[in-house]
Design a protein around this ligand. Structure first.
Ligand SMILES: N[C@@H](CCC(=O)N[C@@H](CS)C(=O)NCC(=O)O)C(=O)O
Length: 297
């Protein structure tokens, strides 16, 4: 799969590449931003690991690239950042019939839709966890392996993307796809909150057993944790979505009596909201967590 470079921007010690490519999973052109840290440009034989950041509702790859300040951390530890889009877009892509921002375009929820008309393009699970990593690896490692997009990788995300990160991490844990997972203000129990119910009904239909296959609180019960697993989460007390959509206690409760008990590192951050002011504050902590798990420190 070839990527088109739409823009290349010098930032910190490296470069942000704004890319697009034709996706087989979504049958659309997909945008993705990739930050190559300063280590990429230094002649070193070390293979650079990568972190995938899944954004929240309404976002494109730009939001986190511009406002999360991952680039500083990427240079500090030496990892690549990948910022995928949140849904397929473009002509012929179905969206919310009411044109609301919490479903459809900008709100793909990182699942594989089975319901018409969304099943045509909304295959964000396959796209993010399978096609994109393989395509990036082929593209960037043509002349020898420089960046690890497939094995020594980690995943994180915000809100809908926090859900996507935890869900994707757990669903691929049997093949050890991600070395670590963290999340900012994630929707931890989509089956039991309005955003998640709307998305799951629209993309997956009425059968709740299909919903359970993506819901982190359900997955914890069926996916055994491995020895050192820990999921790092931050949520702000002033997040306007805290009580209605995020319900952080639900995942801590769900972990009790499972192999995940005491492995959900839930940090409730006093005074913080849902915005990138909150995210950028805790990015350094998440970066350190992933850097350790990726063997960088
Ligand atoms: N657009 C919504 C807010 C949606 C929202 O807060 N989205 C979060 C993710 S769930 C976000 O990252 N927004 C984009 C940004 O802050 O740059 C509203 O008007 O209330």
């Amino acid at each position: 799969m070839t990527f088109k470079i739409n823009q290349e921007i010098a930032v910190c010690g490296g470069r942000l590449l704004k890319l697009s490519h034709e996706s087989i999973a979504t049958k659309t052109s997909m945008d993705v931003n990739v930050y190559l840290p300063k280590q990429f440009y230094q002649k070193s034989s070390k293979i650079i690991p990568s972190i995938y950041y899944l954004s929240g509702l309404t976002c494109s790859p730009q939001n986190a690239s511009e406002k999360a300040f991952w680039q500083i951390q990427a240079d500090k530890y030496g990892f690549v950042m990948v910022f995928p889009d949140t849904s397929p877009r473009g002509e012929g892509v179905a969206t919310d019939p009411e044109n609301s921002w919490d479903f459809g375009i900008g709100a793909g929820f990182y699942v594989n839709a089975t319901e018409e008309p969304y099943s045509k393009n909304y295959h964000m699970f396959d796209y993010v966890h399978n096609e994109l990593p393989k395509s990036l690896s082929e593209h960037f490692n043509k002349d020898g392996k420089k960046i690890d997009f497939l094995d020594n990788i980690a995943i994180t995300g915000h809100s809908m993307g926090g859900f996507g990160a935890i869900s994707g991490y757990l669903k691929t844990l049997d093949k050890n796809q991600y070395k670590s997972c963290s999340a900012f203000a994630p929707i931890v129990n989509p089956m039991n909150v309005p955003w998640g119910q709307k998305a799951f009904k629209g993309y997956l239909g009425d059968d709740k057993s299909k919903w359970e296959q993506y819901d982190p609180c359900q997955l914890l019960k069926v996916v055994p944790s491995k020895n050192n697993d820990k999921i790092l989460i931050h949520v702000g007390t002033n997040d306007p979505f805290l009580e209605r959509e995020l319900k952080p206690d639900n995942i801590v409760e769900a972990s009790k009596g499972t192999t995940w008990e005491n492995k959900i590192d839930m940090n409730i951050a006093e005074g913080f909201d849902h915005s990138y002011y909150f995210i950028s504050t805790f990015v350094p902590m998440h970066a350190e967590f992933h850097a350790k798990n990726l063997g960088l420190i």
